[in-house]
Design a protein around this ligand. Structure first.
Ligand code: AMP
Ligand code: ZN
Length: 147
């Protein structure tokens, strides 16, 4: 079954996020260690929309172990203030969807960090891909702020 706009995510070998981890698909990567990777969402709700994923493929939260869950939470806490500051956001949504019924569209576990602004309704999914130039520019600003 087609997993969404961006490919079939039902099998690990076809998982777009595993391909980004392996360097076989492009991604605007902010940070990576032995456990997790952080990169920009290709279709951001707002500029700076970031995804945090485990390097090991898990479809969703239900199979994560404690160490993986901890590593993901630590990165969310580390990146949250930086994404908020660099984007000038008023707030930051931290969201995570599990299963089609919950609205999940890419079946490799990920945490969304979404910059939010007063007067702009909260969304979890963007409507269209951002330009490569704008993603590259934002990634550079966030990488610099993370140093
Ligand atoms: P979810 O609906 O929670 O599964 O969110 C999946 C997210 O992955 C969406 O916000 C998509 O825009 C994003 N996405 C899909 N393909 C890519 C990709 N190749 N690079 C970066 N983000 C992606
Ligand atoms: Zn995967």
């Amino acid at each position: 079954m087609q997993g969404g706009l961006f490919g079939d995510e039902t099998a690990t070998e076809n998982c777009i996020f595993c391909k980004i981890i392996a360097g076989k698909a492009p991604g605007h990567i902010l940070y990576r260690n032995d456990e997790v990777m952080c990169f920009l969402d290709i279709a951001p709700v707002s500029a700076g929309h970031t995804l945090i994923i485990p390097l090991k493929h898990h479809d969703n939260i239900f199979t994560l172990n404690d160490a993986e869950a901890t590593a993901l939470a630590i990165q969310a806490r580390r990146l949250a203030p930086i994404v908020k500051r660099v984007t000038g956001a008023d707030g930051l949504g931290v969201h995570q969807l599990n299963g089609r019924a919950a609205g999940q569209t890419v079946f490799h576990y990920h945490t969304h960090l979404i910059p939010c602004f007063h007067g702009k309704p909260m969304q979890i999914h963007g409507r269209k891909p951002a330009s490569q130039d704008s993603l590259a520019d934002m990634a550079e600003r966030l990488r610099t702020a993370l140093k």
